[in-house]
Design a protein around this ligand. Sequence first.
Ligand code: ATP
Length: 449
Amino acid sequence: MSLSKADRRPRGDLTRVLVIDDEPDIRELIDLTLSRMGLAAECVGSVAAARQALDGEPFQLCLTDMRLPDGDGLEIVRYIAERHAQTPVAVITAFGSAENAVAALKAGAFDYLAKPVGLEQLRALVKSALRLPEGAAEENPLQSLIGDSPSMQQVRATIEKLARSQAPIYISGESGSGKELAARLIHLRSARSGGPFVPVNCGAIPENLMESEFFGYRKGAFTGADGDREGFFQAANGGTLFLDEVADLPLAMQVKLLRAIQEKRVRKVGSVAEEAVDVRIICATHRNLRDCVDKGAFRQDLYYRLNVIELRMPPLRERLEDIPPLVEAILHRLFGESPPQLSPGALKALEFYPFPGNVRELENILERATALCADAHIEAEDLRLEPDEMGGESIGRGSETLDDYLNRLERQAILEALQKTEGNRTAAARLLGVTFRSMRYRLERLGIE
Ligand SMILES: Nc1ncnc2c1ncn2[C@@H]1O[C@H](COP(=O)(O)OP(=O)(O)OP(=O)(O)O)[C@@H](O)[C@H]1O
């Protein structure tokens, strides 16, 4: 193991960084930069030496080259993920090898640097890695994500894991299922929490303004540009940029976005100079992004860059046990200490409702019901769960197949019948004109509890 000057420094409480690179010049450069930041670097040149060092005293950060004489950086990323999960690890990739960076992020790397290593970017990466919160904070913002169903517990655990990385994340899920809330929580639990969280609804920006909205513009770039302006990327510098409804970006803008993400640099409209930006991208859409790629509406290269890790927000109808705590939390939020109460019948009616608009729809239903109810007691009728609301629009959504569409209709009809009969399956079967056996089969097939 070759130790650098930094290792010979008395350690005391110094923050320790393990650097793995077999090129002496790069080691020297990183070592010098880290020691100027007041950190103690231990430099080694192989996978074997890295393992040995990691199993010794703990490190607060690890930086590894991808190509090493006895293996590759991915092995180190995996080793750390398995045995030293508290240590963030970043990889240094050869210029233009984006797939390597993506593979490292998927394996659990916190971030990556492309060669030639820019000192500014190296410093930004080190600073954000060292800001990572240790373990569970006293006031955990994840508590604002209500629901203890197994799928929500899984979502919470995944958010916690994703917060420790800089990898781009794609959040999928139906409208109103909490995609933006999840993105905010990832940001709040991450090393970037002190920086801005900038949400952007990609579908709401006129096409001719997109470039200047995303990257900013210089004075005089076009008529009306009477001063310099920052774009979303600059506004999110040091923080997180949340691209909602990313599938709505026109193809021309997708190319520019890909470039900005890959290079970590942007150029204002009307400027010749590029500026470095340090932004983590989280994107979301209620559409199926893979289908958009297949149809040629979304670039495959951008898809792979954004969809490094996917987080799926489950629809509310797949986690009925979350409805009572959500109702309680929403009413509490709307009305404070003495919120109106839901009758048992009203709660049951909610449990039979398919919630095409998910938690946002539940919020709207409760708000409307409290305006309609008498004396702070909400009955099932106050909820106004009209049959025509049971399932939203009538024709297939986005990429829905005919089978999905028919199953959705069948599901709606059954849930509606069950709602009317207060959960009595025999009566619901009669109402729908099918036998009890057929009803039982359908309930099983559609996964209705
Ligand atoms: N698990 C949850 N606990 C508490 N509130 C939630 C939860 N999920 C969603 N919400 C609330 O529901 C509303 C809609 O959530 P959000 O905006 O995150 O959904 P979305 O999936 O981004 O919607 P869209 O697809 O329409 O952009 C917000 O008010 C949010 O706070």
